[in-house]
Write a protein that binds this ligand. Structure first.
Ligand code: SF4
Ligand code: SF4
Length: 688
């Protein structure tokens, strides 16, 4: 035997052949449990609708590797928890690969030809070192996680519900499941080191310093004999096998479902799935079935680790309203687990869900209505789970059943009768143009370079119309060739679609699309991020680029020599509208324009992807309900802006503008504080 071949370790040190047979039999049983558990998950997913094919497989694999190996989406919003997860992830990964290598060496290669085995010599020494190092990394990570759960108790890990009285629900299984997962992994790791230490104490290999943790443990138990070693070997092995069997039934499934979710994920968008014919059976309103969900949606639900990032970033939670995206996901998951008869271990609070109605029962009507569709949940979810399309699907049941807020009901009637949510005659859509000193072209009658899709609020709300006129004047000053659709324009349908009114949305989209197809233009612009979003995301085959006015203005300012006429006296802060920022990733252009104007600029603590919703989205701007929770979102946002020391809150959405102006009326702020659209600010700076 060569010297290198002697440097190794025995896997079954001191164990008889019967013990080995028992071990392999138990391993087989454990793997069978694992496969059966995975099978029941897959069966559940395949009960759902097809999510369509996937494209760019290689790109997806690359993205999966980047996101999973770096843990970047976990680290970005919470450094402590991100780093602990990174330690556990890498620790587990290396130990898993090590176990596979050992299996391959002893149970595959050795059976073919003993001479081909490689678990010895320098390979063995380096492998021993790495396994000890990453085993330690794993234990440190788990210990830090436990410490945080036990002592720091961050708000996002608090399972208290906002939609129920404390004595009407239980979270015990979730809490037990969380601790069981961490504890089991921890005990497997610790027992592994003890077994290693005892083996070193018994065999005294001269190269034991490579297994530095095991050697340290050996020093703690120098007198332990083979009997104790065997007991601990079995303890460690049984715990390890139990962990493998436990994975598909418990919180541990996220180790696989999250990877699958990262592979299948799309771009973070607020896209809403189309309504399928069988989705709304009027006799079964509220009773959703597995087949009402897509496979990707079912996978999304299983990927949730209850990390609570969506929970603490949701404006409903922030304002104390009865909605938490985390709880929506968990309620749906538990409900569907019962439907699919999935066996789970301390990972479900399904209770008596079997005969209960989902929409308006397990998930309350008010829960669904307080969602502002701000997309913060998906933006902050480390594995890109999308609660919003699920909420919209459930809202469709409420719309069908007529369970809606009076204000929303009125808006629906107005839109269906007049094509706008204000109930104004279509002929008044272009009325604001008569107050300008120049003509605005009719894009239906002549070709224009830029077609301006104005939107309801920008056409009819008195305050928003001021902005509309300001933007028109800026375009005129910049000599841009533009026109509007006048009375042919209809509500774009973004918010209708997101409150669940799919039928009316389709009518409007069809109408607007037909008009747009008849006009000649190069690009569409709008000041309304909601219209921007739906034109870009929901309208089929529009065939023209759609720009937000901040993008267009920024381009024009860069391309043309435009001189400012005035230095403005404002210190400004900027509010990122949800449908501009999180939905469409437009963060830079508004800030570039503010810099161009040259006013003092300060960011709010919650800006860009962390921006706090104003409360207008998802039909919020139409609602008459007076339940604002602890405080109205728009009030909170004004205070946040005011506390930066700014005297002007700059916005780039007519709905945000209206919400903030409304909030400002009821607030008693010292000194002058104004809300302005970015075009108003630019116009002021461009005029004498
Ligand atoms: S979209 Fe916004 S309001 Fe709705 S659940 Fe998600 S975070 Fe909450
Ligand atoms: S949905 Fe995503 S962010 Fe929310 S608790 Fe689950 S994993 Fe965390």
């Amino acid at each position: 035997m060569s010297e290198g071949a002697a440097i190794t370790r025995e896997i079954f040190l001191g164990l008889c052949s019967t013990s080995r047979i028992v071990f392999y039999s138990l391993s087989f049983i454990s793997i069978c449990f694992f496969i059966w558990g995975i099978r029941q998950r897959l069966k559940k997913y395949y009960s759902g609708k097809s999510s369509g094919g996937i494209s760019n497989t290689l790109g997806r694999v690359g993205e999966l590797l980047k996101l999973s190996l770096s843990n970047m989406t976990i680290i970005r919003d919470d450094l402590y928890s991100g780093l602990t997860h990174l330690l556990v992830f890498w620790g587990f990964l290396v130990l898993f690969v090590g176990t596979i290598i050992i299996f391959f060496n002893f149970d595959v290669v050795a059976l073919m030809n003993r001479k081909w085995t490689f678990w010895h010599g320098s390979f063995y020494l380096w492998a021993s070192f790495l396994l000890d190092l990453f085993g330690l990394v794993l234990l440190v990570g788990i210990a830090m996680m436990m410490l945080r759960r036990a002592f720091f108790k961050p708000q996002r890990l608090d399972y208290t519900r906002l939609d129920r009285d404390p004595d009407t629900y239980s979270r015990t299984k979730y809490v037990v499941g969380d601790w069981l997962f961490l504890s089991l992994l921890f005990v497997v790791g610790v027992s592994g080191f003890i077994v290693e230490g005892l083996r070193i104490a018994i065999t005294q290999p001269p190269y034991s310093s490579w297994s530095f943790v095991g050697r340290f443990v050996a020093g703690l138990f120098p007198e332990m004999g083979t009997a104790a070693y065997k007991v601990l070997w079995w303890t460690h092995s049984l715990l390890g096998l139990a962990f493998v069997a436990y994975i598909p039934y418990s919180k541990a499934i996220h180790m696989l479902s999250d990877l699958a979710n990262l592979f299948f994920k799309g771009r973070v968008t607020g896209e809403v799935p189309s309504l399928s014919e069988d989705e709304l059976d009027f006799d079964k309103l509220g009773y959703m079935e597995l087949k009402d969900f897509t496979r990707k949606e079912l996978l999304d639900l299983d990927a949730c680790t209850k990390c609570g990032r969506c929970h603490i970033s949701c404006p409903a939670v922030i304002s104390g309203l009865p909605l938490s995206p985390r709880d929506v996901v968990l309620d749906l998951r538990d409900f569907l687990a019962v439907k699919a008869k999935t066996i789970t271990l301390w990972d479900s609070q399904a209770g008596s869900y079997k005969d209960e109605k989902l929409v308006g029962g397990i998930i309350k009507k008010e829960t669904l209505w307080v969602c502002t569709t701000c997309l913060s949940c998906t933006e902050h979810c480390p594995v890109f789970i999308r609660p919003l399309p699920l909420i919209v699907k459930m809202r469709r049941h409420l719309i069908e059943g007529g369970f809606i807020d009076e204000g929303v009901q009125d808006a629906l009637i107005n839109i269906s009768e007049c094509g706008n949510s204000f109930g104004e005659s279509s002929t008044n859509r272009g009325k604001w143009t008569s107050e300008l000193r120049f003509d605005v072209k009719d894009a239906r009658k002549e070709a224009v370079e830029t077609l301006w899709f104005v939107g309801d609020f920008a056409s009819f709300d008195n305050r928003a119309v001021e902005v509309t006129k300001a933007f028109a004047q800026v375009l005129h000053l910049m000599r841009l060739d533009f026109g509007i659709l006048y009375d042919s324009e209809r509500n774009a349908g973004n918010d209708l679609r997101r409150i669940g009114e799919e039928g009316l949305f389709e009518e409007l989209a069809e109408h607007n699309k037909a008009i747009l197809d008849e006009c000649q233009f190069n690009v569409i612009v709008t000041t309304d991020p909601h219209s921007l979003n739906t034109l870009k995301v929901d309208y089929p085959n529009l065939n023209h680029p759609v720009l937000h006015h901040t993008e267009l203005l920024n381009e024009l300012l860069k391309r043309r020599q435009i001189a400012l006429k005035r230095k403005l006296p404002y210190k400004v802060t900027y509010h990122d509208p949800c449908y501009l920022g999180r939905y469409n990733g437009i963060y830079g252009p508004p800030r570039d324009i503010i810099r161009f104007i040259g006013v003092e600029f300060v960011e709010m603590p919650r800006s860009r992807r962390n921006s706090l919703c104003c409360g207008a989205g998802g039909g919020g701007v139409w609602m008459r309900g007076e339940n604002y929770g602890k405080e109205r979102l728009s009030n909170m946002r004004i205070k946040e802006a005011y506390e930066t020391g700014a005297n002007c809150l700059v916005v780039s959405c007519p709905k945000c503008l209206v919400m903030f102006e409304d909030a400002l009326k009821g607030m008693d702020l010292d000194g002058e504080f104004v809300v302005k659209d970015i075009s108003e600010l630019l116009l002021e700076a461009l005029q004498e």
